[in-house]
Design a protein around this ligand. Structure first.
Ligand code: FAD
Length: 473
């Protein structure tokens, strides 16, 4: 007789929960996954990644953004019609992705339980079973050899912001709007703030973006960050740096008024607060079981994603940085493999690509120029412009740039940074070359399809080669 009801019980059916559960089931473990919402998918499917990327495509399409440079087509977006069009497109994408989650659980034999879970001791979870479910009684207890906490994160709500006002949103609420506003203030110039700022600006909303630091997205290669800021200004976005909000309130005749610490006041029809996120751990009973949680609510784990309790693991947004769907899935796979001694995957690659779906798109992998300087690496940079590339000309992206960073002595590619159409796809070429220890010569040797944006890699490599010979960067 088995000691526990399940080998693995997963809390939360977002990207981390899904991949963790399915990974274990693939290796013949008996797995249950508990999800409090009616549909699986988590933030990635319902409120974050897919909805925001669908908005991006809708914004590009409705505004005629991609066609602007080619045919001089500038389309005024109908503010009443844009929101319903976006919502119906988003719903279709969400529905089909939810089906994929369900099918993946079914074909791997993962038991799905709808309810809110908490851990009551190292091997027992208590589930408040959602109404209308076949599982009875209303509170269910199940035991497991291993737990994987994958409950994700929630938007952080700074004080003095009236989130109960229907025109004040966090990033989970923003896409429920029924019409586009004329003006919007975005508090927070991180990835989510920058992405939404550019999408709404492309659809004709007058956007003001407020950031407390002295530059946007400081983890980006500085040149790429500056190019992005310039493009955002061209889109009509007012970027206010080194400004921190003190409070916001509704003022008759002015809309929502945000007052900055500097005394500056910003009026807008709609306010989006994108001030980071916090781990969803409050009601999980973790304290009592001995699982450590830090002050932002994130579960503390070791390099194998194991918590302070040896049979309890955590992965995804609930453990904090980098908090991406891409990394959440991989962390969960590694966690489950470690928990059950499966040797085929024992770590997550340290070479992580970053995709920022602003307009234009930015993506990077490996070292920035500033990273190389800080590490005292003697490096050389090569650039290629989309406007000098045949495909770039055809699609009319005049501002796209690819920048490659090579270590001079070994000639190895160590960093790849792209701004422009398809950047988050193209960056994988750079990622593969770095992973395989490729050099400037590898890229020069490769034959690329013509015409493609991929070919810019070859020309950036030629540029770097020239700079190596001249001793310049
Ligand atoms: C606007 C926005 C844009 C984003 N864009 C990108 C992007 O372009 N690329 C990218 O890689 N990432 C992106 N992300 C991040 C991505 O959405 C997250 O990293 C990812 O969803 C994390 O997955 P997860 O499984 O850890 O958590 P989640 O997706 O949050 O899933 C957690 C699940 O746990 C459930 N749950 C919580 N508590 C309980 C409980 N007590 N009992 C049962 N179930 C529970 C929740 O209902 C939820 O379904 C974006 C996020 C946002 C907000």
């Amino acid at each position: 007789v088995a000691k526990y009801d399940y080998d693995l019980v997963v809390l939360g059916a977002g990207p981390a929960g899904e991949k963790g559960a399915v990974q274990a089931a693939y290796f013949k473990k008996k797995v249950a996954i508990i999800e409090r919402e009616a549909a699986p998918g988590g933030a990635a499917v319902h409120t974050g990644t897919l909805p925001s990327k669908t908005l991006r495509e809708t914004a590009l399409f409705l505004s005629g953004y991609r066609q602007n440079e080619l045919y001089g087509v500038s389309v005024a977006v109908d503010r009443e019609l844009a929101a319903p069009k976006l919502l119906s497109r988003k719903d279709a994408v969400v529905e089909s992705e939810v089906e994929r989650f369900r099918w993946n659980f079914e074909r791997h034999g993962v038991t799905c339980i709808r309810g809110r879970a908490r851990i009551v001791d190292a091997h027992t979870a208590e589930i408040e079973v959602a109404e209308g479910q076949s599982q009875n009684p209303a509170t269910l207890r199940i035991t497991a050899e291993v737990f994987l906490i994958a409950t994700g994160s929630a938007p952080f709500h700074p004080p003095n912001i009236p989130f109960d006002d229907p025109h004040v949103d966090d990033s989970d609420e923003i896409l429920k709007m029924d019409r586009l506003p004329a003006t919007m203030t975005v508090l927070g110039g991180g990835v989510i703030g920058c992405e939404y700022a550019t999408m709404f600006a492309a659809m004709g909303v007058k956007v003001t973006l407020v950031e407390g630091r002295d530059r946007l997205l400081p983890f980006l290669d500085q040149e790429m960050g500056e190019r992005l800021s310039a493009s955002m200004k061209t889109l009509g976005i007012d970027i206010l740096l080194k400004e921190k909000p003190l409070h916001a309130k509704r003022v008759e005749g002015r809309g929502i008024v945000c007052t900055m610490e500097s005394g500056k006041e910003l009026d807008c029809e709609r306010l989006l607060v994108a001030s980071g996120r916090t781990g969803r751990t409050k009601d999980l009973g973790l304290d009592a079981v001995g699982v450590e949680v830090d002050k932002r609510g994130y579960v503390v784990v070791d390099q194998n994603y194991k918590t302070k309790v040896p049979n309890i693991y955590a992965a995804g947004d609930v453990i904090g940085f980098p908090a991406l769907a891409s990394t959440s899935m991989e962390q969960a796979r590694v966690a489950v493999c470690h928990a059950f001694g499966l040797t085929y995957k024992d770590h997550m690659s340290t070479l992580l690509p970053y995709g920022i779906y602003t307009i234009p798109e930015v993506s990077s992998v490996g070292l920035s120029e500033e990273d190389a300087e800080a590490k005292k690496i003697d490096y050389v940079v090569g650039r290629a412009l989309y406007r000098d590339n045949a495909r770039g000309k055809i699609i009319g992206d005049n501002d796209g740039v690819i920048k490659l960073v090579f270590e001079k002595a070994s000639r190895k590619l160590i960093g790849c940074h792209i701004i422009g159409d398809r950047a988050s796809e193209l960056v994988h070429i750079g990622q593969a070359v770095i992973t395989l220890n490729g050099t400037v010569d590898t890229l020069i040797d490769m034959v690329f399809n013509y015409p493609t944006l991929g070919e810019t890699f070859k020309y950036a490599a030629y540029d770097a080669l020239g700079n190596m010979k001249q001793g310049a960067s």
